[in-house]
Design a protein around this ligand. Sequence first.
Ligand SMILES: Cc1cc2nc3c(=O)[nH]c(=O)nc-3n(C[C@H](O)[C@H](O)[C@H](O)COP(=O)(O)OP(=O)(O)OC[C@H]3O[C@@H](n4cnc5c(N)ncnc54)[C@H](O)[C@@H]3O)c2cc1C
Length: 451
Amino acid sequence: MSERNRIAVIGAGASGMTAAITAARLGGEVTLFEKNDRVGKKILSTGNGKCNLGNTDFSIEKYYCEDRDKEKLRKMFQVFSVWDTISFFESMGLMIREKDGYLYPYSEQASSVLDVLRMELVRKNVTVITGTEIREAGFDQERGEFELSCAEGKTWRFEKLIISCGSPASLKKGEGHGGYELAGKFGHMTGKMVPGLVQLKSDEPFIRGLSGVRVKAGVSLVVEGEERARESGEIQFTDYGVSGIPVFQISRVAAFALEEGKDVRILVDFFPDQEQRPFSWQNRVRYETQADKTLEDYMTGMLNKKINMALIRRAGLKPGIRASEAGWEKIREMMSLCRSLEIHISGVNSMENAQICAGGVLLDGLSTELESERVKGLYFAGEMLDVDGKCGGYNLQWAFTSGYIAGSAAAGCNVREIFPDPAENPQEEEEEHSRIRIMEKADSREGNTIC
Ligand SMILES: Cc1cc2nc3c(=O)[nH]c(=O)nc-3n(C[C@H](O)[C@H](O)[C@H](O)COP(=O)(O)OP(=O)(O)OC[C@H]3O[C@@H](n4cnc5c(N)ncnc54)[C@H](O)[C@@H]3O)c2cc1C
């Protein structure tokens, strides 16, 4: 083993374990530090305990980063794509199943994903030091080595260092910032961070009345009067606001806009699968045939009772009056609220409730190999970087991609030589795809996908 191949990885999450395994497979002598008493704790809670580890419906548009970094990101996913994630896990014995593009361990147990990673760390002789938080890290110019030390004062020296400390998302308040502090010691800047894949809060008084309702809906995010994002799927009303996958998807855009003091609203369409014309026509027929009913009864049979009541009140009407009393124009106004109920957004839920943290260590200042341009031999990986993905396996994909790149580059390999750009070799890409064993075809009942 070369003296210059001693590699430290700080943080044993999805990205750090991938980096450690990759570096060790390529001949590195790897030590992996983890402050918790066991590795990969977060993986166990992913995908509602099933771990949605990737998605075959991949495009760079599933990710958020600075515009200037998009090309860098695109190149990185060419080096290690969703197909490489499948191969990587298959190489460790994990069987994978696909549901509508979403990838899960065949066992549907996140613990299987963690177990194969843990076993591979052992097989590749990675030294895993748990219960040890690295507090200080520096580069000794004279010796050309990184020096790490933990809270207890113990120190270690390495030729290469990978920092993959994750983010504060889903941790207790105040926790999870250590990685940014270490990055800062090497002169790496951290951009603004907000909770991502998180619930939205609303100060609208009617929200409480809707608490507990789950409904399929279209959701548009409007910032300062301009539509910025649109999603659909099942949303859930809570006593403080709105949750559900479509809400998670738009939350980071809402969070950044709120940070900037902008006006943020969502427009909820309770009939996302209905064309406007037939919908309007049906409404007219309803009025012609049901106008003798009270508004409460008039709305019965359309939507959840709590939503019906909220819409009646929102239109400035009383549930006890007859539809004919309200008149067609007012009824039409109320029905238009079904397609576009405006809800003012006052905030997003806290980082402790978020699945990811949007923002982080800036990619500017890092190469495509995720090596620091300030300190040679220093690499970063995972969620602590200023890249975040949508819900659907994209964040773990980023953890694996960035971990693979940092690990192989730290081990001294040219990542492009190991995984040639598939776009340059379509036949190879085809072979790569054919290696995929998709064990179960989509059980594509709507709402079955797990984030
Ligand atoms: C509830 C929940 C569900 C999710 N579901 C999915 C999903 O289904 N699919 C998906 O793609 N993504 C999902 N995500 C997001 C995904 O889990 C993360 O993006 C990913 O795990 C991040 O991996 P990481 O290695 O970058 O960070 P982490 O997993 O956070 O790992 C970082 C590790 O570094 C350790 N550490 C930090 N500082 C130090 C230090 N100074 N010294 C030593 N150790 C340190 C931490 O203890 C931690 O173990 C989910 C997240 C949550 C919270």
